[in-house]
Design a protein around this ligand. Structure first.
Ligand code: PHE
Length: 338
C-alpha cells in the first residue's frame, strides 16, 4: 500500500469526522476529490511510477477515492439529519397551549328587540312585510290622508331626496303598498328604518319603527286593544299595564297613543317616566275610510286597525339605556353588554 495514499486517507478521514456543517463539507470534498484536489495529485504520481507498480498504485488510489466518497456522503447525511431535527425543534408548535378564541359578534340590540317583537306578532298569525326607505310623498303622506297642506306634515321633519321623493318618516307607507297588491284579510307587521330631521338624547335622524296592520270583516277597536295588551304582557312581562289615550293621526280614526306602566319604577314614578308612572310606546287607531279609498278597499265591507311603535325607545326602556346615540355609535364596550 502506497504511503502517499495512506496519508491522504488519514488526513481526509480526520477532517471528515470533524466537519460540523454542510458548507465545510463541500469545501472538504473539493479539497480532496476536486479537479485540483489531493486525489487528482495522487493520480499525477501514476505517470512517474514504473509500469510494474502502476496497477497497485492505481488500485490503492481508487480505494482511497471510494472510501472518501462514501465517508463524505455518510457525513453529509448525518449533518442534513441534524439540521432537519434542529429546524423541526425551532419551528415546533406547542399544541397543548390553550388557543386564543376569536371574538365573536352577535346581533345588535335593536335587531334583538325587532326579532322579539316581530316574533310575538308572527305567532299571532301576522306576516312580515317590507317597503323602500326612499319613498314617494304619495305613499309617505298623500295616500295616508295627509295632503301637502295638512298641518300633520309639520310634525314629520322630513328629509327630501328631490321634489316628491322623501326618506320615509314612518313605516306607515308600507300599509298602502301592501293593501294595493293584496285583498283582505291582511295581517302584517313591518319592521324598518325611518328618518326625521331630529337629533337629541331621545331622537336620532335614523331610527326604527314596527308597523302593524290588520284588515278584515268586523275588526273593532276592541281587537286592537286586546292584541296590543297581549303584546305588552308578552314583551314587557305579565304585570305590565297598558292604557290608551285619545290622539290624532290623519290615517286613523279614532286614533290613540298607548302607554305602558313604567318598566323601571313599575308605575311608582321615576326619572325615566318623568314621574308619571307611564311610558308612551306607540300610536294606533282604526284605519281611516279615506285610506281604504286610496287602497281600493270598500270601507263599508272592511274595517281594520293599524299601529306603529318606536323600536329604539322600546330597546332603551328594556335595557335602561339613557341616550339613543349609544345605539348607533357602535362602541363595542356598549354593544357587548347585550
Ligand atoms: N305612523 C305613526 C307615527 O310614526 C304611528 C302610527 C302608525 C299611528 C299606525 C297610527 C297607526 O307617528
Amino acid at each position: 500500500m502506497n504511503a502517499d495514499c495512506e496519508a491522504v486517507r488519514q488526513a481526509a478521514m480526520e477532517e471528515i469526522d470533524a466537519l460540523e456543517d454542510l458548507r465545510a463539507l463541500e469545501e472538504s470534498r473539493v479539497r480532496f476529490l476536486g479537479r485540483k484536489g489531493r486525489i487528482a495529485a495522487l493520480m499525477r504520481l501514476l505517470g512517474e511510477t514504473s509500469p510494474e507498480d502502476r496497477p497497485a498504485l492505481g488500485k490503492a488510489i481508487n480505494e482511497v477515492k471510494e472510501a472518501l466518497t462514501s465517508a463524505l456522503e455518510a457525513r453529509k447525511q448525518e449533518l442534513e439529519a441534524r439540521d432537519l431535527a434542529a429546524r423541526a425543534a425551532a419551528e415546533a408548535v406547542d399544541l397543548s397551549l390553550p388557543g386564543r378564541r376569536p371574538r365573536q359578534g352577535h346581533m345588535h340590540v335593536i335587531n334583538q328587540v325587532i326579532d322579539d317583537i316581530v316574533g310575538i306578532f308572527v305567532e299571532l298569525g301576522f306576516q312580515v312585510a317590507a317597503g323602500p326607505d326612499v319613498e314617494t310623498e304619495y305613499y309617505n303622506f298623500d295616500s295616508l290622508n295627509t295632503p301637502s297642506d295638512h298641518p300633520a306634515r309639520d310634525s314629520h321633519d322630513t328629509f327630501f331626496v328631490k321634489p316628491g321623493v322623501v326618506l320615509r318618516t314612518h313605516t306607515s307607507p308600507v300599509q298602502m303598498r301592501v293593501m294595493e297588491r293584496t285583498q283582505p284579510p291582511v295581517a302584517i307587521v313591518v319592521p324598518g328604518r325611518t328618518y326625521r330631521v331630529d337629533n337629541d338624547a331621545s331622537h336620532s335622524p335614523m331610527f326604527y319603527q314596527i308597523e302593524g296592520l290588520l284588515v278584515d270583516h268586523g275588526v273593532t277597536f276592541a281587537d286592537l286593544k286586546g292584541t296590543l295588551a297581549l303584546f305588552v304582557r308578552r314583551f314587557f312581562g305579565p304585570d305590565t299595564k297598558a292604557r290608551f289615550r285619545p290622539h290624532f293621526f290623519p290615517f286613523t280614526e279614532p286614533s290613540a297613543e298607548m302607554d305602558i306602566s313604567c318598566s323601571v319604577c313599575r308605575g311608582a314614578g321615576c326619572r325615566v317616566c318623568k314621574h308619571s308612572g307611564w311610558l308612551e310606546i306607540l300610536g294606533c287607531g282604526m284605519v281611516h275610510p279615506n285610506v281604504f279609498g286610496y287602497a281600493g278597499y270598500d270601507y263599508e265591507t272592511y274595517t281594520g286597525y293599524a299601529f306603529g311603535m318606536g323600536v329604539d325607545r322600546i330597546a332603551m326602556l328594556r335595557h335602561a339605556i339613557s341616550s339613543i346615540s349609544f345605539l348607533y355609535e357602535n362602541d363595542v364596550r356598549f354593544l357587548e353588554q347585550f
